[in-house]
Design a binder for this molecule. Structure first.
Ligand code: 13P
Length: 251
């Protein structure tokens, strides 16, 4: 049985001081629930402060970074290495978010390298895929997303697949208030699961957690989570409001 997994992607929001306030408030609302995995992904500058509070208050909340480089060290001004993220005690790392792909030109090849190095350092990747509106309207969304899955997982060892999460985030649904219908989202998540079965095997596909992301809110989470192939959500805007994120976790 797959344990539901809700993650919050804060994107470029909240200073470390605001993040401290947030995690204290969230911790107050939510303690030691054990039928769901919850993760928050603050900006790099807040990771340490938030992690300290999670540890000190023994909160059953996981924490992840939103990105990292694929090299361990070197002359990459402004970048953060997987070694640094692992040394902070992070559980997860988001890889290949559509905003990274769009604004920072990350390709499937780069995503593949980052996912591989994440596993090397025992960081669990949340690997993002999703199509643009133009691709959806052209009727090629499945082909495109399954192509992303195949290229991003190229030469990936099967033992790693058990610690992978794939987030299906249709770009046209991100931050727009327009979410995919739960049956459309489920349809794509199911196609992703079948693709992973083809690439690996049925038991890897059965254990793989697939999240939906794109305008997830307290008002649509229940319907999304009722779908058989949607195992969780990657939440943007609603994850930086304690009340909304708590309502989503308690769907
Ligand atoms: P929104 O929930 O704000 O649409 O963002 C989704 C997202 O990009 C999460 O990674």
């Amino acid at each position: 049985m797959r344990i539901p997994f809700i993650a919050g992607n804060w994107k470029m929001n909240l200073t470390h001081l605001e993040a401290i306030q947030f995690i204290q408030d969230l911790g107050y609302e939510f303690k030691n629930k054990n039928n769901i995995d919850v993760c928050i992904c603050p900006p790099f500058t807040a990771l340490r402060s938030v992690k300290n509070i999670i540890d000190a208050d023994k909160l059953s909340i996981k924490i992840g970074a939103q990105n990292m480089h694929w090299e361990e060290s070197g002359a990459f001004t402004g970048e953060i290495s997987p070694l640094m993220i692992a040394a902070l005690g992070m559980d997860y790392v988001i890889i290949g978010h559509s905003e990274r792909r769009e604004y920072f030109f990350e390709t499937n090849d780069i995503v593949n390298k980052k996912v591989k190095i994440a596993f090397k350092h025992s960081l669990k990747p949340i690997m993002c895929v999703g199509e643009s509106l133009a691709i959806r309207e052209s009727g090629k969304a499945k082909e495109f997303v399954l192509g992303q899955v195949t290229e991003c997982l190229k030469d990936m060892d099967i033992k790693n697949i058990f610690d992978l999460t794939i987030a299906y985030e249709p770009i046209w649904a991100i931050g727009t208030g327009k979410n995919a219908t739960s049956s459309d989202a489920n349809d794509m998540c199911s196609a992703i699961r079948n693709k992973v079965a083809d690439l690996y095997n049925n038991s890897a596909a059965e254990l793989l957690r697939i999240q939906y992301g794109g305008s997830v809110k307290p008002s649509n989470i229940t319907e999304l989570m009722a779908m058989p192939d949607i195992d969780g959500a990657l939440v943007g805007g609603a994850s930086i409001k304690v009340e909304d994120f708590t309502a989503i976790i308690n769907y």
